[in-house]
Write a protein that binds this ligand. Structure first.
Ligand SMILES: Nc1ncnc2c1ncn2[C@@H]1O[C@H](COP(=O)(O)OP(=O)(O)OP(=O)(O)O)[C@@H](O)[C@H]1O
Ligand SMILES: [Mg+2]
Length: 355
């Protein structure tokens, strides 16, 4: 059978810009056309999909196949919400399905299938509100940090003058405490102020960033830690502030190391995502950089506020590492997401690639 499209969907390349997966099936439920979103969603390339039965490309556990036949034989459009869809590789998704029988000629009927990923839409709106919350919080933090920072210089200077006036040397112990505590506070406030506002963007190779961090941590861990790499070599250079990204990745890897401890396994993974929405904006290409570890997972009570400053599960932690990393990702138009279960925690930094 020829795999020529009955209705030529592919000529209109705009279909590839749609977030909705679009598949055209013939009367035998073989794929005659599909757009880029459908390729991503079904995890199949167009060359593999064209001419194949949809059922062959998905896991047999999917229970909605009879709907396709029904929509075709009834010649009646159908909408089903929140249907579970399992790809061949076992990825589970929740999709809204719209089935529209169409006839290109009297005897030739085919079926237009629209697939909308519901879980992805939920993630997008969650990301968007997280993004806004971060922006508001940043303003508050900056205000507080400046207010605290201003008098610190004065206090330090006064303590130094006082030390000069104090004849009794053993009283210097107290002025020394004031000075060292002021210094500690200043470092903390500087971290609260976060990364510098202006990015120094240049063409950056993300693997240079991850390799730099890997070498730093491996040198510190002295062979107690395994760091695996799973890089996408097709990832192009893109405009970014390499120094800031190094700081963000270092914060994530350091956390992973603290979580899984010596003997743990950390994986650095990179991928290119096409036509992907980050923080409410759709991008042609997005770099996904994932740091995963096999530690016990993020404590459940911390998860909803993990990226807020001062949230920590460690006695010695300041709780600033993740908020700084998130802010750096935001400055690049991206964000960091987390998925965590005991034994597998993944922090994924999504960075739009404006090449
Ligand atoms: N990979 C991970 N696995 C388990 N828990 C994690 C992981 N990453 C972060 N956390 C939890 O999130 C908390 C906040 O992390 P964050 O980096 O913001 O602060 P911190 O590590 O406590 O302190 P700081 O980084 O400022 O020194 C951590 O204290 C830890 O409880
Ligand atoms: Mg940390």
């Amino acid at each position: 059978m020829s795999a020529e499209p009955l209705i030529d969907l592919t000529v209109d390349y705009h279909l590839d810009l749609l977030a909705t997966g679009v598949v055209l099936l013939d009367a035998n439920l073989h794929i005659r056309a599909l757009n880029l979103s459908a390729e991503n969603l079904l995890e199949v390339s167009a060359s593999r999909a064209l001419g194949s039965a949809l059922e062959e490309l998905l896991d047999e556990s999917n229970e909605w196949y009879p709907l396709l036949q029904q929509a075709l034989s009834d010649n009646y459009p159908m909408v089903r919400r929140a249907i579970p869809l399992t790809t061949r590789t076992g990825q589970e998704r929740t999709v809204d399905i719209t089935l529209s029988p169409i006839s290109s000629s009297a005897e030739q009927r085919c079926l237009l299938v629209e697939l909308n990923m519901v879980d992805r839409l939920q993630a997008i709106s969650r990301d968007e509100s997280e993004w806004q919350a971060q922006a508001t919080l940043k303003e508050i933090m900056k205000g507080v940090a400046h207010e605290v920072k201003n008098p610190l210089g004065g206090i330090r200077g006064a303590a130094q003058l006082l030390a000069g006036e104090l004849a009794e040397v053993n009283l210097h112990e107290y002025t020394d405490i004031i000075i060292s505590e002021v210094d500690r506070l200043r470092t903390l406030v500087d971290r609260m102020l976060g990364p510098r506002e202006r990015l120094e963007s240049e063409a950056t190779n993300i693997h240079e960033v991850t390799e730099h961090v890997r070498q730093l941590i491996e040198a510190e861990a002295k062979g107690q830690l395994s760091i695996e790499r799973d890089y996408d070599p097709s990832l192009p250079d893109f405009m970014a502030d390499g120094g800031q990204l190094t700081q963000a990745v270092l914060n994530l890897v350091r956390n992973a190391w603290q979580a899984c401890g010596d003997g743990g396994l950390i994986t650095l993974r990179t991928r290119v995502l096409r036509q992907f929405t980050v923080g409410g904006n759709r991008h042609k290409l997005v770099c996904a950089l994932q740091v995963s570890d096999d530690g016990p997972g993020v404590p459940e009570d911390l998860l909803p506020r993990l990226f807020l400053p001062m949230v920590t599960g460690n006695a010695q932690g300041t709780g600033l590492g993740l908020s700084i990393a998130q802010r750096i990702a935001n400055q690049h138009g991206g964000l960091i997401q987390v998925q965590s279960v005991p034994g597998e925690t993944r922090f994924t930094m999504l960075l739009p690639m404006e090449i």
